[in-house]
Design a protein around this ligand. Structure first.
Ligand code: ZN
Length: 111
């Protein structure tokens, strides 16, 4: 009996059912934990998107060195549930344009 969730549908366990994007890299690159301590293994792409959607938690490297740090950094540039808003960030390390757009929306951009 395995304690790790089994990837379903050819994608990692961190991929949200509503998120149509494919995995990027190993599907056990990182484990994303919510604030209750429940962890889900995933690729860096879906790990970042999941982490961006959580209120608290952490990302810890699993099979890929420094994946946890990269996921946390990438998540900082994503909106929660980015697959619902069509925001950029489809690669393993998303751009920061969502963050930049939010700053402009908030009136923080003074260009
Ligand atoms: Zn994935």
């Amino acid at each position: 009996m395995s304690s790790s969730p089994t990837p379903t549908g050819g994608r990692c366990a961190a991929a949200h059912p509503e998120d149509p994007s494919p995995c990027a890299g190993p599907r056990d690159a990182v484990t994303v934990y919510d604030r209750t301590g429940t962890g889900v293994p995933g690729c860096e792409h879906h790990g970042a998107r999941l982490f961006a959607s959580l209120d608290g938690g952490c990302a810890v490297q699993r099979s890929v060195l420094l994946a946890g740090a990269r996921v946390a950094l990438a998540a900082a540039g994503l909106c929660p549930f980015p697959w619902r808003t069509g925001t950029p960030g489809t690669g393993p390390v998303p751009s920061l344009s969502c963050y930049a757009a939010n700053r402009v929306t908030a009136g923080d951009g003074t260009d």
